[in-house]
Design a protein around this ligand. Structure first.
Ligand code: FAD
Length: 509
């Protein structure tokens, strides 16, 4: 029997026992269950310690505090919100929006009858707007911790034992925090490639690409995942000549291949170039430009590409540096991800892990769901996260969003299925605003009509996808969506029409 199986059994046994007998919980603080007993507790001991203040960690800390658990959140960065708020989702979306506005003003406004004599980029102002968004939101999270009475310790946490964390505080001190349950939410970090040293000036990670002080004439992006394509889009719109180099045969491997092909064509129309099935052999930044030696992935003649800036966007790795996991014997996999059972419990009783540091999609909303469910489980309640129903969004223009299975995955499962599609070219709202590139594609089980996957490429696909996410979560059929009245004229009508096309026929095409 594996340790994880044992842990699962233990968790199941604990669930069936009353919370008052659950040793993972400091019952005196679980007002949720035992408010009438009026117990007291050791004020120095927490019910829950969360290491990491990213979307997984701060959400878990707030949830725990809301459930009446005495909670401390430890964060080394000096500001809350983790990768997402500081160097990820939020600054990238700020720059995507600003660069889109510039691109629209330059290329689309005139056809809508809005004319300027000149459109200029003020890069420092664009960066200042991004920084303002980041600092406003990170301070907002600090306010939320305060409001919910979460104790916030700024510093680097490391395990002394399964119930003690030593924190080297950012002001140079040290403190030991004690707790019955510890949630590791230390997130992920940039993955470099062998032989490439990221200097964050000319060879940058996404963090450097969010803070360039000049628009590079030529930018090479290594890696065609969503982060590389989003950052490539930003600089492409601002005037950089962007080439994306990818070892795999396709961009964004998690995307439905039919939608992916349309998406790549769209990015190519925006002048992004792609070198797929291409391997980076070496990078030389000793001269005026950065020289990349490349070769076909299957082997062949080498060639050189030059750029002012190279963005290394080859994925992210779990971050557990300096945590001293080995000291308490927490198990990790080969990739360094902390192994947990379905209740987020590690092999060490009382120690849990959530977010990017465990297996599963490395996404902020997944980390948040983990955080809430983990706390619910450790408090003896039921939690719920289904990784098959985590939406994925690429925030380019058009955006691509998807939830559930791709057509390739459905085929591989051997399930008989139907496909319904509807192009935005036939959607009245998209035509009215002259932004009609894209498609909705729905996959449903043939026999039951149950929706298996939804894929949307559209200007606001990241918002449209949630109708599909709810449908999937509730086990809806395509007919359920098709028979739901959708307001006119909206982009959402394309979702309804694709659903009609899945179980019967679309009207407007
Ligand atoms: C450029 C970019 C764009 C992205 N865009 C999106 C997007 O649009 N949508 C999306 O869903 N996801 C996006 N992501 C991914 C998203 O940021 C992560 O999935 C998410 O932040 C993971 O949350 P987390 O809480 O698990 O970890 P993190 O956000 O990484 O937070 C972990 C925190 O733990 C702290 N920490 C680590 N070790 C210790 C320690 N020992 N002691 C104390 N503190 C510690 C770190 O300082 C960090 O702040 C993006 C990522 C990048 C890089």
């Amino acid at each position: 029997m594996t340790i994880l199986t044992l842990a699962r059994r233990k968790a199941a046994a604990l669930l069936s026992s009353p919370p008052s007998q659950n040793p993972f919980i400091n019952n005196s603080k679980v007002a949720y269950y035992v408010s009438s007993r009026n117990m007291t507790s050791d004020s120095s001991e927490n019910d829950v310690i969360v290491i990491g203040g990213g979307p997984g960690g701060y959400v878990a800390a707030i949830k725990a505090a809301q459930m009446g658990l005495k909670t401390t959140c430890i964060e080394k960065r000096g500001s809350l919100g983790g990768t997402c708020l500081n160097v990820g989702c939020i600054p990238s979306k700020a720059l995507l929006h600003s660069s889109h506005m510039y691109h629209e003003a330059k290329h689309s406004f005139a056809s809508h009858g809005v004319k300027f004599s000149n459109v200029e980029i003020d890069l420092p102002a664009m960066m200042a707007q991004k920084d303002k968004a980041v600092s406003g939101l990170t301070k907002g999270i600090e306010g939320l911790l305060k409001k919910n009475k979460v104790n916030y310790v700024k510093g680097w946490g490391k395990f002394l034992s399964p119930s003690e964390v030593s924190v080297d505080t950012i002001d140079g001190g040290n403190t030991v925090v004690k707790g019955k349950n510890i949630i590791v939410a230390t997130g992920s970090d940039v993955k470099s490639l062998p032989g490439i040293t990221i200097d964050e000036k000319r060879i940058v990670s996404s963090t450097g690409a969010l803070a360039l002080s000049e628009i590079p004439k030529k930018l090479i992006v290594i890696g065609a995942g969503y982060i590389g394509l989003e950052m490539g889009s930003v600089w492409c719109r601002l005037g950089s000549e962007v080439t994306v180099v990818e070892f795999a045969p396709d961009i964004v491997p998690t995307m439905d291949s039919e939608v992916r092909k349309q998406f790549q064509r769209s990015l190519e129309k925006q002048k992004m170039k792609f070198k797929l099935k291409t391997k980076v052999v070496s990078v030389d930044s000793s001269g005026d430009s950065v020289k990349l030696t490349l070769e076909p992935a299957e082997g062949g003649e080498q060639f050189i590409l030059e750029a002012d800036v190279v963005l290394v966007s080859a994925g992210r790795i779990p971050f557990t540096e300096g945590l001293q996991l080995e000291k308490i014997g927490v198990e990790t996999d080969k990739g360094g991800r902390i192994l947990v059972n379905e209740r987020f419990a590690t092999n060490v009783p009382g120690v849990y892990a959530i977010g990017d540091v465990i297996p599963g999609p490395m996404l902020a909303h997944k980390a948040e769901e983990d955080g809430v469910a983990c706390v619910e489980y450790l408090a003896g309640k039921e939690g719920h996260v289904d990784y098959d129903m985590v939406p994925g969004v690429v925030y380019t223009h058009p955006e691509v969003a998807y939830v559930g299975k791709t057509e390739e995955q459905v085929k591989a499962l051997g399930v008989a299925y139907r496909v319904g599609k509807f192009p935005f070219l036939a959607n009245s709202r998209a035509k009215a605003i002259d932004d009609a590139e894209g498609i909705v594609k729905i996959l449903a089980e043939k026999e039951t009509d149950k929706i298996l996957g939804v894929h949307i490429m559209a200007p606001n696909a990241g918002e449209l996808i949630h109708e599909a996410a709810i449908a999937l979560q509730y086990g809806a059929s395509s007919e359920d969506i098709a028979r739901t009245c959708h307001a006119h004229p909206t982009m959402s009508e394309a979702v309804k029409e694709a659903a009609m096309a899945t179980y019967d026929k679309a009207i407007h095409i």
